[in-house]
Design a protein around this ligand. Structure first.
Ligand code: SF4
Length: 373
């Protein structure tokens, strides 16, 4: 492993130092990792299309010598991101459907206010920035992070709030990005305090990967501020047990002490967490940290992230080997995002029915007939 001592200094716990000193060049990366020739090659080629940036903290979680390290795979460019140019999709076992899009989540629910996506009647996504501390290679919005990096300015934010104010059916607002916690507390407080003045906004959620890639961002000051505006929920994205570090657990602890429930929305990623063993270790690490494993997303149809996609059968197999084999609240709901919205995917436990009864099976495939009204 790369020793954090090589990277750490007195400013290590300062999130702004982490952002200001994020690694963006091949030279800086070489100082900390022994790169394989294909990784160097990918850095040059892929960098022309997609941005690269990793915080010193997230870099410190990577194995110095292993190109297949699960943290490294999430953050370092891979030439497979250019599958459409190099026809890598013609290789066996490459899951490319031909309908991948640059930005699948944003096709539905667009409004005339650029920072608001309104897909479900009672919920909106409020886009505050395209910036992220670390750019995940599997991100469903990776092209926008690359070429359209913006922070929503005050007038756009005000238009977003006016949009919500004018629609009393909106009861749930998800602050999103990019990563909304790349912006400062003052701006976050401005948005949250304005939303709290709208009686119909019951829930404010923040979608952020900072507990994973920049846990220093969850400062006591941020927690003091945010607790004034409850109910606030945070959803994050741990994808591998190696990410559940002491620093991450401290960030979560601070959020929980401030009364902010923390849920996890993993993405099922080939070569990273697509095994029962890894997923079980991940959900156990999360519940030990008091984070609820909430969703397991089937990887989206994103151009440049096809190589992360597994089959649905692989996802179901993982859930099959979690449900009944560990605590129920540790089992995430496996979902796929389609143009129709999120759709749950589950193993089938109802295996038949007849007059007045149903046939069920349990996690060990033992069967049972139960009366049905
Ligand atoms: S932090 Fe979220 S929005 Fe940013 S690159 Fe990663 S997955 Fe995408």
């Amino acid at each position: 492993m790369t020793s954090t001592k090589e990277l750490k200094n007195d400013s290590w716990d300062d999130w702004r130092w982490q952002l200001d000193n994020s690694i963006t060049t091949l030279e800086a990366l070489r100082d900390h990792l022994n790169l394989a020739p294909e990784e160097e090659n990918a850095f040059h080629k892929v960098g022309k299309r997609y941005v690269f940036q990793v915080t010193p903290y997230y870099l410190s979680l990577m194995d110095r010598n292993d190109p297949n390290d699960p943290v490294r795979l999430q953050a370092l460019p891979n030439v497979k991101e250019l599958a459409d140019i190099y026809h890598i999709d013609q290789l066996p076992s490459f899951h490319r459907s031909g309908v991948e899009s640059e930005n699948p989540l944003w096709k539905e629910g667009k409004t005339d206010v650029k920072c608001i996506v309104h897909r479900y009647p009672d919920r909106v996504l409020f886009h505050l920035t395209n910036l992220c501390p670390t750019y995940c290679r599997h991100c469903s919005r990776k092209v926008h992070a690359s070429h359209d990096s913006i922070v929503s300015d005050r007038s756009l934010i005000d238009r977003g709030i006016s949009y919500i104010e004018a629609r009393p059916e909106i009861r749930d607002v998800l602050l999103s990005g990019g990563d909304p916690l790349t912006i400062g507390d003052n701006k976050i407080e401005y948005v949250v305090s304005r939303l709290r003045q709208l009686p119909h906004v019951q829930i404010i959620r923040i979608g952020t990967r900072t507990p994973v890639t920049l846990p220093q961002r969850i400062t006591p000051e941020f927690c003091q501020m945010i607790k004034k505006y409850h109910p606030i929920w945070i959803n994050t994205q741990f994808n591998h047990p190696n990410e559940v570090t002491l620093e991450a657990k401290l960030a979560i602890e601070r959020l929980l002490e401030a009364g902010v429930p923390v849920g996890n929305q993993s993405v099922l990623l080939k070569g990273i967490n697509d095994s029962v063993d890894v997923m079980k270790r991940l959900v156990h690490a999360l519940v030990m940290a008091r984070v609820r494993p909430y969703y397991l997303y089937h990887a989206d149809l994103v151009r440049g992230a096809e190589h992360f996609r597994t089959s649905i059968a692989e996802g179901i197999h993982i859930i099959e080997n979690l449900r009944g084999h560990t605590s129920g609240f540790a089992v995430p709901q496996y979902v796929i995002c389609t143009p129709l919205g999120k759709t749950p995917l589950n193993p089938n436990y109802l295996i038949g029915s007849g007059p007045g009864h149903i046939a069920l099976r349990n996690y060990e495939w033992r069967t049972w007939k139960d009366p049905d009204a």
